[in-house]
Design a protein around this ligand. Sequence first.
Ligand code: DGJ
Length: 707
Amino acid sequence: MSDVIHYAARARVWVLDTPSTSYALHLTPGGRLVNLHWGERISPADAAHLAEQLGDDWVGGAETAFDGIEEYPVEGGVRYREPALSVRFADRTRGVEPRFSGAETVDSGTTLRLCFEDEHYPLRCTLNYRVLPDCDVVERWVDLVHTGDAADGGIEVLVAASATWTAPFLTGYRMSHLHGLWYGESRLDRAEVAPGSALVITSRTGATGHFANPWFAVDDGTALEDSGRVWSGALAWSGSWRIAAHRSPNGRLQVAGGLGHEGVQVGVLTPERPFTTPVFAGLHSARGFGGASEQWHAYVAGHVLPRPGYVRPVLFNSWEATGFGIDEENQLRLAETASRLGAELFVVDDGWFRGRTGDHAGLGDWTPDPGRFPRGLRPVVDRVHELGMGFGLWVEPEMVNPDSDLYRAHPDWVYHFPHRERGESRHQLVLNLARPDVAEWVHAQVDGLVREHRVDYLKWDMNRPFSEVGWPAENHPDRVWVDHVRNLYAILDRLRREHPGVAFETCSGGGGRLDLGMLARSDVVWASDNTDGLDRLAIQHGFTQVYPPRVMLGWVTDDHLNRGGTPLRWRFHVAMAGVLGIGGDVAAWDEERLAEAARHIAQYKAVRPVVQQGLLHRLEAPGTGDHRTAVQYVSADRRESVVLAWLHARQFRSAKPPLRLRGLESGAVYELVGTGTTWSGDLLMNHGIALPLTGDFDSRLLHFVRR
Ligand code: DGJ
């Protein structure tokens, strides 16, 4: 069918080739689509051979020949596994009887489309597979179309997964996933999935959420950072979602995932209203968890981020320094100091708009507060620009405080049920962004702010999940779970088109909106409100499993977790592992501290191209390596490498082994910048380098340049 998508007609086998993997499908004689292979490369002839060995289609009791391998198991017929698709037709018939109706390749032969029609009802379901030329990711999504007319009535879509991923037959299955809470996001956990059991990760909040992240990795329990076979998936969706790994009693493991959470109907199909699921991307790596992350980072940079090459500026953010006590005078003072330090962007966080003296009021009234900014934001914006910095502004446009002019004028604009309380969280309610008029209003507000205040950077926050998700005037109010996110995407896409020079930070009460859908329209991610260095190392370890350092924003703040004062260098080195930001009250720092900070910022700028654009190796994970954590970045041409290493706590008489680096050029000689010493790449990789880390919270940055 194309160079990367092959079809063996007699065996009814499709093979999708990525640079180092194959993904093979087969249509059985009985018309079921099954997965034959996902892993290292095999030929179409090999795949046909596998198909021959499948044996007969059979059904016995609650078991079938396809348990654990059916590519997109619908609800309907004799099937008892987690359904990828569940629908209800107008006459209340539930379930689908799919009949294969054709295959085609589109997008210059990179996308395979497999079409199925229901035997009786007007429903077409198309499975899409997109193969990328430069990484091992296969993108999957599904189109659902009502092929009848209005007289057939609507088709309720109860579940519509983007994909069900079939892991190969392994002796055991372990699932890696990220879980968390506010102040403790993206914690990596690995758990065995036993036969007959399931592991479900989900968000029911209307946003990606803090509790789990829509990403998984599966291995047989033996993979390590740099070895072993790993199968991984990530969903491009920023609303409620569900990913369920089911291990059939026969031992096979499948992972289904898509938008919506249990109990919510995701949409109603009409002839005018088709439904397309978000993309669920998947990849296989034969080079361990590190190899999988390397592929994810390449995919995000090459196919997701709108501006991957944008050099993320060193920013200052006002939130921890001035909180709600913000005013023109203190922002000007902070801006002067931030610019002296070398900051390139100054972000005015929450508290700048009308009535916002605390979190109880103001959301929705997006004009500068006359009490604290009597001359508007203009003096701050002008001075920031004069100082050569970009101007950034915080907004939370999907929200409203009941104590606001917006809410007083439009109490019906929030999610609500007529006979229920409007449950507040952080004293705020969620605007019904599924309403076209509200979405239009939100766009107009933000667009106006960007134009009026010459904004270079927008921090888009979302501080509370949905509740009482009603829309009294709407027949199918459940659709807001999907349409809120779609309209959010449309607003962000439109703003990006209208203001191509503006960068966007995604934030949701810390790291609650971190996913491929949001990354497709963001430049930077706020990873957590927790800026403590030690906690951040764990958060960053989880974050980089799938998302690249070039979007991972960290701030150096005043030490506030009562660790007895961690060294400024330690805090800088932690934040320098991604996009460096400063969040401390720099106006109160003494000259010595300011001079040290300026040195770290200058050093970050010198290594930034390698940190933001290079390849990440997680050398030692937090919690292992005898209280030492280390990461390394290598430029694409292997000319430069940066190592960041942190010693958490000193132990008497406990020597640390040399740190072995990765990815350097064998046979090349590297200079350790600032020392005049040289090291061979082989020595650094095969023997390692001893690090002079001695005290509690000690850290080092090593910068190697090939001679
Ligand atoms: C939550 C964010 O994570 C913080 O950085 C800050 O912007 C606050 N919201 C402001 O309300």
